[in-house]
Design a protein around this ligand. Structure first.
Ligand code: HEM
Ligand code: HEM
Length: 161
């Protein structure tokens, strides 16, 4: 795999676009949650349309797949200098876990919604909690790099080149 000097514009746009969609999902859960409860009770769906959760959720899945393809084709810049091998490994593991959850969350949501599998809905909620915890650590790490280590890591996800 090639080692570029920076993330491409598309990779950066996908990173922030997906982050915004995750926020959308946190709000639109209030549309799908009551609908799911109604389905489980055999009642009719009323209230806000669950499509507000389904469409952005499917978009996340597709955009993550595009992102992974680009990652394999374009590559990603190597770790910033000054970090220990352990820090590098931790960052790599966190990024892999983020990608895995970004695939598992929509996949379990789709299985629950279209397959009517309630265990998948439970897993969906649990995966999301794990994602939230990882995102928090990820954002704190980025802020630490930016403001304490001042190694320019943040600017890699802000502009290309
Ligand atoms: C939903 C929220 C987020 C998700 C799912 C996410 C996911 C990811 C993933 C998977 C990578 C690895 C990219 C790769 O090498 O292929 C990454 C990199 C990065 N993210 Fe996030 N991120 C999120 C939010 C944030 C936030 C809030 C910040 C800043 C405060 C941030 C800053 C960065 C930076 C600076 C990198 C580059 C790290 C490096 O080059 O080593 N991310 N993000
Ligand atoms: C990355 C994309 C997605 C995120 C971040 C996300 C996030 C969430 C969150 C936070 C909840 C509330 C969980 C709870 O209260 O325990 C939820 C519920 C739900 N989501 Fe998603 N979701 C995504 C994609 C999808 C997709 C693509 C579908 C189906 C087409 C879907 C179907 C559902 C269903 C059926 C529920 C109700 C489950 C329940 O209340 O137990 N989600 N989602």
């Amino acid at each position: 795999m090639s080692v570029p000097s920076s993330y491409s514009r598309t990779q950066i746009m996908l990173h922030w676009g997906i982050a915004i969609l995750i926020l959308v999902q946190m709000v639109s859960k209030f549309a799908i949650g009551p609908a799911w409860d109604a389905i489980e009770k055999g009642q009719e769906i009323t209230g806000i349309t669950p499509i507000l959760h389904v469409i952005p959720g499917i978009s996340v899945l597709l955009l993550v797949i595009v992102r992974l393809i680009l990652r394999f084709r374009h590559g990603v810049p190597k770790a910033v200098e000054g970090g220990s091998p352990l820090q590098e490994k931790a960052a790599k593991a966190a990024h892999i876990a983020l990608y895995v959850l970004l695939l598992l969350i929509p996949a379990s949501g789709l299985t629950a919604w279209f397959g009517g599998v309630s265990q998948a809905a439970d897993a969906h909620g649990l995966f999301f909690k794990a994602l939230l915890a990882l995102i928090l650590l990820h954002a704190l790490a980025a802020i630490y790099h930016q403001h304490v280590l001042k190694d320019g890591l943040m600017s890699r996800m802000m502009k290309s080149g």
